[in-house]
Ligand binder design. Structure first.
Ligand code: ATP
Ligand code: FE
Length: 337
């Protein structure tokens, strides 16, 4: 089965060709226009998707060395995400499916992040059901109990900012460009994670909160730069390492509890923040200590990509869950529908 995946939920336009569980191509066009604004501007994102989508899909098909007629179905991200961005991918998928007279399947972007673990060319082993997946991205922080490809449940989530936002907003406070997450990761590698202490939230059950940390971090920077105007520049590595260490501690505190309560020994991470070196190392450490089998996606399947949409679409296709031509995108698509 050959599936064309289309992802356009935020600021990356991506198209991928998946043959069974193997990726034949996975093209991504990023959008530089947002850099000047320090965050994604929805209207500009939607316009850039319109410019990018045709060449990106075309390149994905060419690089996969397949013909249009080889495609069995089109999978597209229906939501959640920015409405204007989702409309571009959804409309494109609909018209292409109509033109080629092939079925289409809708994908929940967050299911895509989780199911990226089932793409073939990664770790030798794939997770077995049930497993727990910590999904950490730009807009979400979820502890997901994954019972089957299409049967998953969010057992913990953030009540305010997402983990990726905690990285990006903190980076912005330090004057780093958007998105700051990867930069904090980079500077943290040469810093001392115990140089500074930041506040950690008290939340019930498996829920998260990152807004208190953001405020605490802002006050910390204000206090220290009053004493030394070059405080951030002179201590960037230690600040980044300490902040990252705090975010990872917050994430793992709840993750460990969830894994223990559900008595599951297979633990995965997914989403853009799972590209973070500190988070990846921590999962391996905890795995060794606690006898977990751990699953870490390849870098290119952490941040937004269409290969993960195609693999999630594959399972919808196998179940015969087809989308109809009257479908519209849903910016707030629920995790379980
Ligand atoms: P969502 O998936 O919730 O809709 P999104 O699709 O915008 O949000 P992703 O592309 O999955 O988010 O992830 C982007 C986020 O990942 C950004 O917040 C970015 O800073 C963060 N991120 C990417 N790489 C790293 C890294 N190495 N360390 C920390 N954060 C990172
Ligand atoms: Fe995402």
């Amino acid at each position: 089965i050959i599936i064309l995946g289309i992802e356009s939920s935020c600021d990356d336009t991506s198209a991928a060709i998946l043959k069974n569980e193997t990726v034949l191509s996975n093209e991504i066009a990023g959008q530089k226009v947002h850099e000047a604004y320090g965050g994604v501007v929805p209207e500009l994102a939607s316009r850039a998707h319109q410019q990018n989508i045709l060449p990106v899909v075309d390149t994905a098909i060419k690089n996969a060395k397949i013909k249009l007629k080889d495609i069995d179905a089109i999978a597209f991200t229906r939501g959640p995400g920015l409405l204007g961005s989702l409309i571009v991918g959804t409309s494109f998928a609909k018209s292409m499916a109509l033109g080629l007279d092939i079925p289409m399947v809708e994908v929940n972007h967050m299911h895509g992040h989780v199911l990226a673990h089932f793409i073939d060319d990664q770790q030798k082993e794939k997770p077995q059901f049930p497993f727990i997946c910590l999904t950490v991205s730009g807009g979400h922080t979820q502890i997901v109990l994954v019972k089957d490809y299409l049967d998953m449940e969010v057992i913990g989530t953030t009540k305010d900012d997402a983990a990726g936002e905690a990285f990006d907003k903190s980076a912005k406070l330090m004057g780093l460009p958007y998105p700051g997450g990867p930069l904090i990761d980079k500077y943290a590698q040469d810093g001392n994670p115990n140089a500074y202490q930041f506040t950690t939230p008290k939340m019930p059950d498996f829920d998260y909160s990152f807004s208190g940390l953001k405020t605490n971090f802002l006050q910390f920077l204000q206090r220290e730069t009053k004493k030394d105007v070059d405080f951030i520049k002179n201590n960037l590595n230690d600040i980044c390492a300490s902040l990252q260490h705090t975010i990872i501690n917050i994430l793992f505190d709840k993750l460990i509890k969830a894994v223990e309560l559900h008595n599951i020994n297979q633990v995965a991470i997914a989403g853009g923040v799972s590209a973070n070196a500190g988070l990846r190392n921590r999962l391996e450490e905890e795995g060794e200590k606690r006898n977990w089998k751990t699953f870490i996606p390849k870098f290119e399947y952490c941040t937004d990509n269409a290969a993960m949409i195609a693999i999630a679409g594959r399972y919808q296709f196998l179940q015969g869950n087809f989308a109809q031509q009257d479908i519209s995108p849903n910016a707030r698509l629920k995790f379980t529908s």
